[in-house]
Design a binder for this molecule. Structure first.
Ligand SMILES: Cc1cc2nc3c(=O)[nH]c(=O)nc-3n(C[C@H](O)[C@H](O)[C@H](O)COP(=O)(O)OP(=O)(O)OC[C@H]3O[C@@H](n4cnc5c(N)ncnc54)[C@H](O)[C@@H]3O)c2cc1C
Length: 391
């Protein structure tokens, strides 16, 4: 069977149209609106609900639960186009992509009816909490524990860096339950209301200019009903990993979107700003780094689209490797693009008016979260190259 290069190396006309429509919608809001909201301590709920109403937020959620029936490639395209317009929405990574995927794949029909329509239209945003202060990168060491209490559960533990608790009614918490046979603790997922008794969230002051905040979370004997448990109690890590590949693909799209935004600003400025006889973009010292960024961003986008295509085709193993590589490449491309964009702007690069310097921190977060560049390099060294496990 021959396959045309067009269908292999470019996205479908529907996906391209989706990108155009999302860009148009986000363009109505724009970077200035976004940073003003962030600096005023306000939220971007208006945009969140509008993309929800337009069907973009739940585009990957099954149609029978209020979504668009698309895949991770679609929601990743939405995420990237929002960021490329200067309106990066971190909670897209969490609510529809991680929580939406896990519940769609492992929830009961009742749980899907209950949670997915709100995730899809933006009225029932769900945060995701795995990271703990002591375990950090080593998620295998988490200690948040659920013990049985009659028909239900009692949950206790600590989480850190959890995004969007103030915008979410519920949070999908990765905890452990005790195995009745072995006594060992095994990972399990619970939907926890953010207004539950014993649940407390404290904002962590961050240097990122974003309306979306990170929180320290204290879970003290929070009582949950039996159906708070999502998936099979013995399902273990497989259920969790169902959400982590989409998370990496989304994080990569978030980064390539921000990188495109930074590069577009830099290129526009380099064409206009003249201090000697030609615009500064005529100097190769300015033009080459920007050209390099364009290449790096396109490479990262290609790998991100490959990862999404593999995931949507059901090839979880290959998608895992590609998603890690895409996330790495995208974060690197974004950090470099932001740095070059700042340099291109000279003094304006660190002024609030031009808003470039804020991108340094925003893109830098992509090297740390949701999985750090070091852990991706560990993964590739071990799984792709067959080198010994180093940790
Ligand atoms: C903006 C932001 C939003 C976030 N949102 C969420 C969220 O919504 N939900 C959630 O659960 N978490 C969230 N996180 C947490 C994020 O996933 C963690 O910060 C990340 O996994 C790193 O964990 P840590 O900060 O504890 O770093 P640590 O684990 O303390 O690591 C510190 C450094 O050591 C390196 N390191 C550690 N072990 C090794 C090793 N074996 N080999 C090489 N290097 C190593 C790491 O790569 C890192 O550079 C968010 C973080 C940020 C910054």
């Amino acid at each position: 069977m021959s396959t045309s290069t067009e269908s292999v190396f470019t996205e479908s006309p529907e996906r391209q149209e989706l990108r155009r429509q999302v860009a148009k919608l986000a363009g109505k809001y724009g970077r200035d609106w976004f940073t003003e909201k962030a600096r005023a301590g306000e939220k971007t709920t208006e945009l969140w609900l509008e993309i929800g109403r337009a069907g973009y937020l739940g585009i990957n959620i099954p149609e029978e639960y209020g979504g668009g029936g698309g895949g991770i490639g679609d929601i990743a395209a939405v995420c990237e186009e929002l960021a490329a317009q200067g309106c990066p929405l971190l909670l897209m990574v969490v609510s529809p992509a991680i929580c939406g995927t896990i519940i769609s794949r492992y929830g009961t029909d009742e749980q899907k009816q209950r949670w997915l329509p709100g995730i899809a239209d933006g009225t029932g945003t769900m945060a995701f909490a795995i990271t703990e202060p002591d375990a950090g990168t080593n998620s295998h060491n988490i200690t948040t524990t659920a013990r049985r209490d009659g028909d239900g559960w009692v949950l206790t533990g600590r989480k850190i860096w959890i995004s969007g608790i103030d915008e979410a009614d519920h949070v999908l918490v990765v905890a452990r339950t005790e195995d009745a046979r072995t006594g060992k603790l095994k990972p399990c997922l619970f939907v926890v209301p953010t207004d539950a008794e014993g649940f407390e969230a404290r904002p962590i002051p961050m240097e990122i200019v974003s309306p979306e905040k990170q929180f320290q979370v204290f879970i003290d004997d929070v009582r949950l009903p039996a159906d708070a448990l999502v998936g099979d109690e013995d399902g273990g890590l497989v259920q969790l990993f169902a959400g982590l590949n989409p998370e990496r693909i989304m994080a990569a799209s978030f980064s390539t979107g921000l990188a495109r935004f930074a590069l577009a600003k830099a290129a526009a400025y380099a064409k206009e700003r003249t201090v000697f006889k030609d615009p500064i973009g005529a100097h190769q010292a300015i033009a080459h780094p920007l050209a390099q960024s364009h290449i790096e961003i396109e490479l990262a986008r290609l790998m991100t689209q490959k990862a999404a295509a593999l995931y949507d085709a059901g090839d979880d193993m290959a998608a895992g490797e590609a998603a890690n590589m895409a996330k790495y490449a995208a974060a690197e491309a974004a950090c470099d693009a932001a740095d070059r964009a700042v340099q291109t702007h000279g003094g304006n690069g660190i002024s609030q008016e031009y808003g470039m310097a804020g991108l340094l921190v925003a893109t830098r977060a992509g090297r740390i979260a949701p999985v750090s560049r070091e852990m991706i390099l560990n993964f590739v060294a071990m799984h792709s190259l067959g080198l010994p496990k180093s940790y």
